[in-house]
Design a protein around this ligand. Structure first.
Ligand SMILES: [Zn+2]
Length: 440
């Protein structure tokens, strides 16, 4: 059967790799052996590009691509122990393959859908053939799941557009709709998925009428149009690793600095932000020619109370604040002393009015561990306090219309308001120090 299939395919201009592929051969070694046979025969005569794969699997094409990738990786300064390859092939390959399948089924009634299912894909064969060579050259292993080094190869063929016109005959309404919304589809009339769907849902009779069965013998092979490499790896202090998550804590000492770039209508409202201040130095130590931009660094802020992974340390976390408070009637040193003597004060806090629109109504118990008052003037004092994480400080000071009890107003027996609030310290062992592995 295999030799019958091969004979039919060779007659219509398919390469020996495609003969193996359509015969459902899944042993990589068979493709390697064939490689040598092809190279020998090609020395004698120049063959047309393969009707099916457009020479995608031919050794000179593969060799050229592998060397090109190596060049790009070296030029970009990428270093990784693993890599992954993504291939984007011209869609006319799908159309051609369908044409060959229809031809084979007509010629060999025994060749059926079961045989079709066994066929390895072009991309699979490429990985069998090329990935080991590429791995050797890059001194890295292929890792499709987790590699930070992503190599994208984009192929095209000169008559792709022309060959795809058959879709217009198969599904004119679909093509018309996509042409109308050209901008939405980024001027791509057919996506791979749309094409596959059209081919799968059209009747065999219609396909035979519209497709070239077998496909025309091409004059040109496909070509590699772009290699793009993206890397999630960081190169830090001479050590290379896969995706790196540097973690740390910062103290924001200005109320006017936003956490993330503050943009309104595409315009930066404040010149800097915590994100920029942290990311910019990181950008400088990344491989310069790799062309890594700010957008490729992902910045996660865990300053919100409800965001993990800080969550684990939440219970024992202590926050220290200093609040500037004002009173309506004069207060004195005695009041400050009274405040300073209070320890482990348990508060009942109803969800503050100011956050009710985004938080459910609940009563939370929070502890003020210690306080100390410092008189600034007769109606103004600084309150230093250490509290359990999640305590609403503003509400503790003014009482939030009796929703937080006890509160500073009730403790001092005078209405108190808060004028300014700063966090002065957060006591939390996060991120935990790394154990010294003795290498530095
Ligand atoms: Zn081929």
């Amino acid at each position: 059967m295999e030799s019958d299939i091969s004979k039919t395919l060779e007659e219509i201009g398919c390469c020996k790799f495609c003969c193996l592929r359509f015969s459902g051969i899944t042993q990589g070694t068979r493709y390697e052996e064939t490689d040598e046979v092809i190279q020998e025969s090609e020395k004698k005569m120049k063959a047309n590009p393969c009707t099916s794969c457009l020479d995608f699997m031919k050794s000179p094409t593969c060799q050229h691509i592998i060397l090109k990738i190596k060049e790009e990786v070296t030029a970009g300064g990428y270093e990784s122990k693993t890599f992954n390859c993504m291939l984007k092939l011209p869609l006319c390959l799908v159309v051609r393959e369908k044409g060959i399948l229809l031809y084979l089924k007509a010629k060999h009634p025994k060749w059926n859908n079961e045989c079709e299912k066994k066929m390895p894909t072009l991309k699979t064969i490429w990985k069998w053939k090329c990935a080991p060579q590429l791995a050797k050259l890059l001194n890295a292993t292929l890792d499709r799941e987790n590699s930070g080094l992503q190599i994208n190869l984009n192929f095209s063929h000169e008559s792709e557009e022309k060959e795809l016109l058959i879709i217009e005959k198969l599904k004119p309404e679909l093509v018309a709709a996509r042409r109308e919304k050209k901008r939405k589809y980024h001027r791509v009339i057919f996506s791979s998925a749309a094409l596959q769907e059209v081919l799968d849902t059209s009747s065999e009779d219609l396909l035979k009428k519209c497709l070239r069965v077998p496909p025309d013998i091409p004059t040109e092979p496909l070509s590699l149009t772009a290699i793009t490499i993206s890397s999630a790896s960081l190169f830090i202090a001479g050590k290379t690793s896969e995706t790196v998550h540097p973690t740390g804590r910062y103290l924001k000492l200005s109320r006017h600095l936003p956490q993330t770039p503050w943009m309104i209508d595409g315009q930066l409202k404040v010149e800097s932000s915590v994100q920029q201040l942290i990311s910019d130095p990181l950008l400088k130590i990344l491989p310069a020619s790799g062309g890594i931009s700010l957008s490729q660094i992902q910045f996660w802020l865990h300053y919100r109370e409800d965001t993990s992974p800080l969550k684990e340390g939440e219970e024992e976390k202590v926050k220290e604040y200093v609040a500037l408070c004002g009173t309506e009637i004069p207060i004195g040193d005695g009041d400050m002393k009274r405040l300073s003597s209070i320890k482990d004060l348990v508060l009942q806090q109803k969800t503050p009015i100011r956050v009710l629109h985004r938080r459910p109504l609940a009563v939370r118990e929070r502890t003020v561990f210690w306080m100390s008052g410092e008189l600034v003037s007769s109606k103004l004092f600084k309150l230093h306090l250490g509290t359990q994480a999640g305590t609403y400080i503003k509400e503790f000071v003014h009482g939030d219309f009796g929703r937080t009890v006890p509160n500073l107003s009730s403790l001092l027996n005078v209405p108190v308001d808060i004028l300014a609030l700063d966090v002065t310290a957060v006591h939390l062992n996060w991120p935990k120090p790394l154990e010294d592995d003795g290498t530095s």
